[in-house]
Design a protein around this ligand. Structure first.
Ligand code: UDP
Length: 490
């Protein structure tokens, strides 16, 4: 048949839409730009209606397959997510091996790509008869550098003396990277006695020798010094290939159904470059007290905003009724079902002309691309950062978890495309309303905001050119692809 002639690649995604989406986009790029057919392989634990709908919306040349469930019942209750994802990957190696062996006899399988928690599964590519096994790293080069150097840092005297990263007297310095204060280092590394920490060190060890190469969802202009350092071959690690940004595209056919919360309609009615988009990724949520400060701050700042509101992290307690903050919340909405019910009483009415609040979800890439959107307040998840950069939108950095704090350091101190609010140490890390207002005004109308906007527009241009033929990311992926094809006899 016609597709039998095309080279085939299998891409394994860790559970969660935040992992599946960029892996699927990489499959799409390999198809669109390089003539591949692909299988996106997912774990049974991540199977959901939303994920199935997303995967079935991919072009027919990109198939989806789900691995059979693996037994995880022996793990302790409350095991960290890093532990669950890592153990699921380890235990799936035999089924991945036979899956790849089967595909080898029915397709022109030329490569196997696993993502960040899947380094252990690259063994399957070797065991299935020797196709190259690559890693796809969906974060940035700073984060990859940390992973590659983690085994050394973990064994080093500095960390032994300090006990934990946050107690290190000096920032962590990685080749070509902005110095990162220990307290801003990747969240699961903040407790060295945890299983999650041990797993991350083990992944770091595997990154150093398991993959034939590491594809990274970033681009040289975003991290020039780090890219220069990592593009130098080193005997102790695989070659590193920045190939991004690989980000979700909006397809006109799907666009109509995606404005259920009225975001685009509302933006259409706003002046050009007037709106701050506020979003904390697919799962980020704030405490009740922080939600309240953010609301007051947005009101104080006086700029237009579009806010994707989540139920607060400590929302369960507030619903109890004897919470001292209870009277503050808008009792007219059911709290359990509606995140907007946690906003200050009268907030929605008072900010009617100014703001639009939507519960839980917005069509983010469309919002960012809208002419009315001027800036984004973001949790600094790497996909969100890439999407904001691709839209030329400067950011306010509001990191929550994972590697978001180190991303924020990079964006604010090195890349200079984001501003950071003052965080009150005296308030247990709370950002006060006055400080929210100040940083919002600065990004929307201040000099620093203007400088960040100019810088992010440069990066937008570099990102766009980079993924076109002749651009750094395009040519880097093309080189990898031609090695895959060459090794398979194309
Ligand atoms: N996203 C979205 N609408 C929302 C929140 C998130 O479309 O209301 C998308 C966003 O465009 C991005 C992804 O979900 O592609 C979030 O990924 P990111 O790496 O930023 O953060 P994570 O969700 O992994 O914390």
């Amino acid at each position: 048949e016609a597709t039998a002639a095309a080279p085939h690649v299998v891409l394994l995604s860790s559970p969660g839409m935040g992992h599946v989406a960029p892996v699927a986009e990489l499959a799409r790029r390999l198809h669109d730009a390089h003539g591949f057919t692909a299988t996106v392989l997912t774990y049974a634990s991540s199977d959901s209606a939303a994920q199935r709908a997303f995967l079935s919306s991919l072009p027919p040349a990109i198939a989806a397959a789900t691995l059979p469930p693996v037994h995880l019942g022996d793990l302790p209750a409350g095991a960290a997510i890093e532990t669950l994802l890592s153990v699921e990957a380890e235990r799936s190696v035999p089924t991945i091996t036979s899956f790849l062996s089967d595909l080898k006899s029915t397709t022109n399988l030329v490569a196997f790509v696993a993502d960040l928690f899947g380094a252990a599964t690259l063994r399957a590519a070797r065991d299935a008869g020797g196709v190259p096994g690559f890693l796809f790293f969906p974060s940035n080069l700073l984060m990859l550098s940390l992973m590659l150097h983690l085994p050394r840092l973990d064994a080093g005297d500095d960390l032994a003396a300090a006990g934990e990263f946050r107690h290190l007297p000096d920032p962590v310095r990685l080749p070509g990277c902005v110095p990162v204060p220990g307290a801003d280092i990747l969240q699961p590394l903040q407790d060295r006695s945890s299983d999650a920490y041990r797993w991350m060190v083990r992944h770091g060890e595997r990154y150093r020798d398991a993959p034939a190469g590491i594809l990274v969802n970033t681009f040289d202009a975003a991290e020039p010094a780090t890219a220069a350092a990592l593009r130098c071959p080193e005997p102790w690690r695989p070659p590193v290939y920045p190939i991004g940004p690989v980000i979700r595209q909006h397809h006109p056919a799907a666009a109509g159904g995606e404005d259920a919360t009225g975001c685009i309609g509302w933006l259409d009615a706003q002046p050009e470059g007037s709106v701050l988009f506020v979003s904390f990724g697919s799962g980020g949520a704030l405490s009740l007290a922080q939600t309240r400060e953010l609301a007051r701050g947005l009101e104080l700042a006086g700029h237009r905003f579009l806010w994707v509101v989540r139920a607060p992290t400590d929302g369960g307690a507030a619903a109890g009724g004897d919470n001292p903050g209870e009277s503050y919340y808008d009792g007219s909405r059911s709290k359990a079902g509606d995140p907007l019910g946690y906003l200050p009483v009268g907030f929605v009415e008072r900010t009617k002309g100014l703001g639009h609040v939507v519960p839980s979800w917005a069509p983010q890439t469309r919002v960012l691309a809208h002419r009315a959107t001027a800036a984004m307040l973001t949790h600094c998840g790497w996909n969100s950062v890439l999407e904001a950069v691709a839209a030329g939108v400067p950011m306010v950095a509001w990191p929550l978890y994972a590697e978001q704090r180190q991303n924020a350091v990079m964006l604010c101190e090195e890349t200079m495309v984001a501003l950071r609010p003052k965080v009150g140490d005296a308030n247990g890390g709370l950002v006060l309303a006055e400080d929210v207002a100040e940083v919002v005004r600065e990004v929307m109308e201040g000099e620093k905001g203007e400088a960040a906007r100019a810088k992010v527009r440069e990066l937008k241009e570099a990102a766009r050119k980079g993924v076109e033929p002749g651009g750094a990311s395009y040519e880097t992926l093309a080189k990898v692809v031609s090695e895959w094809k060459g090794a398979a006899g194309y």
